[in-house]
Design a protein around this ligand. Sequence first.
Ligand SMILES: [Zn+2]
Length: 299
Amino acid sequence: MGIDIGRTNLRAALVSAEGEVLASVRERTDVSGGPRAVEEQAAAAFERVGGRDACAIGVGIAGQCDVTRGVVLRGPNLFWPDVPFRDRLAGRLNMPVTLRNDVVMATVGEWRLGAGRGCQNMVAVFVGTGIGGGAIVDGRLLEGASGCGGHFGHISVQLDGPRCGCGRKGCVEAYASGLGLATRARSDPALPSSSLSRAGIDGAAVSQAVEENDALALRLRDEAAAALSSALGSVINCLEPRLVVLGGVVMDMPGLYERCARGALDSCLPSHRSVAIVRSSLGDLSGAIGAASMALDPL
Ligand SMILES: [Zn+2]
């Protein structure tokens, strides 16, 4: 079974060993309730998808994880203190739990069962409420020293750019994530003449305004595409993947994917331009499916 705990949505899926989704649920993450409330949600989702039939649980969570200790670390996503989430959930559900960052799990999902199947060198970048990703290098998941590798959202693309949630300036997340787009829209002098001024602003609202050809939204999309292209070019230059998989709800914004795919190729080294850039194929459930797949590894 896989549970994908994002900052906005929690998704859970019961998955066969072949990667077929047998049952799934999706609901808003109770972020304001803190670790206890999210643990309750995960346990309830476990029961609703028939988790008693599973042999192990994989959990992907929007935050930095110490993989060895199974601890979600204090960070700019959920604002939890260090929480031993793996052992708490394993004790409660009486089942082994594997814990990773949510987009690391989504990367594994796309690699083993989605758009990256069979690829030995690939990078996946997911643009949602935040931006994250993961890398497969020479056939192995890049984890980093403690399992915190792959935070591509905090690649700075402008030294004096807008302040990011991590405290640094000019991170691509501050330009192109759902939160970043909303923050930039709210502080833009052109807001009063934009259709965005009429309702609550989030990534989905900016996407809707792009659909309506709103001038401010189109400009924010183009700036997001430029920032993502620059960051993707840097990642491609560092890791030389064969394949880049782009996913996340913000990537569904009209015209964004095409601009990023073209822009990434324009901004990477000429020797790396044979890289293929594709959309994710598992959609909304890539994180839960990847988490379920990774739960089997220790067994
Ligand atoms: Zn940052």
